[in-house]
Every structure is written in structure tokens, then in C-alpha cells.
Write a protein that binds this ligand. Sequence first.
Ligand SMILES: [Zn+2]
Length: 199
Amino acid sequence: MSLTTNVHELTREHLVHTPAGRLETVPALLDQLDAAAGETRAGSNGGGGDGTPSPISLDVVALQQDIEREAWANQGELIPSFKGTLKQVIQSWAVESINGEWMAYLEHITLDWIDKIRAITEPAKPPRKLHRPCPACGVLYGGDEHKPGLLLHCWADDGALLPPGQWTAECIHCEAAWAGGELGWLSRALNTETEGINA
Ligand SMILES: [Zn+2]
């Protein structure tokens, strides 16, 4: 990605490919981060219920502060007299004539912000819990935390649904694992309904 692209995604509505392959307009990443922080402050994003912020909400606020501080520190060296909002600061990097070294540096830090914001707004999807007794060990819920043991890994790193041939399953209690054609066997063993793991 170029600095121009990074600036665009951070500060303006932009198009993204959805996991289903469609193009969709999404808000500026800085606005998405603000929204995540707003949810945090409203207490809907975890927390202890006693006003204690959850670790994730502290991350959101810390990231906002880091971006703000880093952006203005750089702007102080680049264009000391600049006045404006955080978005205007970042947008100015894409239009001002900036030398190559600065451009490479700003490209690096803006990409770093994008990665960190996406990690908050698009967390990796967790594996599906099958809530069935494991055909290998027979445990449905086990361990200290009484967790369901059978997990189906069906999501790619980018959140897209993998083709069923690439799905894997495992039992976290006995460490049995299934892949590829074995999932068909697992599915029959579990006698699950047709939705889900019947490849
Ligand atoms: Zn098992």
C-alpha cells in the first residue's frame, strides 16, 4: 500500500472486499476506532460491570492516544505551523510535497496504525464450537473451565469462510484432530444436522 492509500483508508470512507467477495463502503478507520472507543465508554464492550475497563477497551483508548501523539509529533517536524484536526494532519501527508525518506517513514507508521485498528475492529473469527461429545474421548464439556471440546476451524485469517475441503476440527480435551475427508467421518459420527460440518 502507498502512503496515499493509507491516508485515504484512515481518514475517509473507502471500499473494502467483504469475505463474500462483494465491495462495500466502510467508514474511515479512525472513525471505526472512535466508534470502538465509544462502545467501550458506554460499557458494552466488556469491562467488569463495576466501572473497571476491560483490557481490550484500554487498548482502544491507548491506540487513539498513540496515534494522536505520534501524528502531531511528526507534523511538528514536517509543518510546524499546521493547524487542524487529526484527520487534516494525516491528510496533509498525502498532498504536501514530502521527501522520500519522510514518505517512507510515514507510509510505515500509517500502515502500522491500520494494522492495529483492524486488529480491534476486525478480530480474527474464533473457531466454531460444535457442542457435541467428542467421538474419540466422549467429553462434551470438560477441563477446568468446563469448555466445549470440539472446535471446527473454518475461517481464513482474513475472516473469509474457507472451502469445506480446507476445514479442520480438533478436540481440545483429548487432542484428537480431523482434516479433509476425515471431517465427513466426524460429521457422521456426530450425527449433526445438515448445516455446518457436512462438507
Ligand atoms: Zn476428545
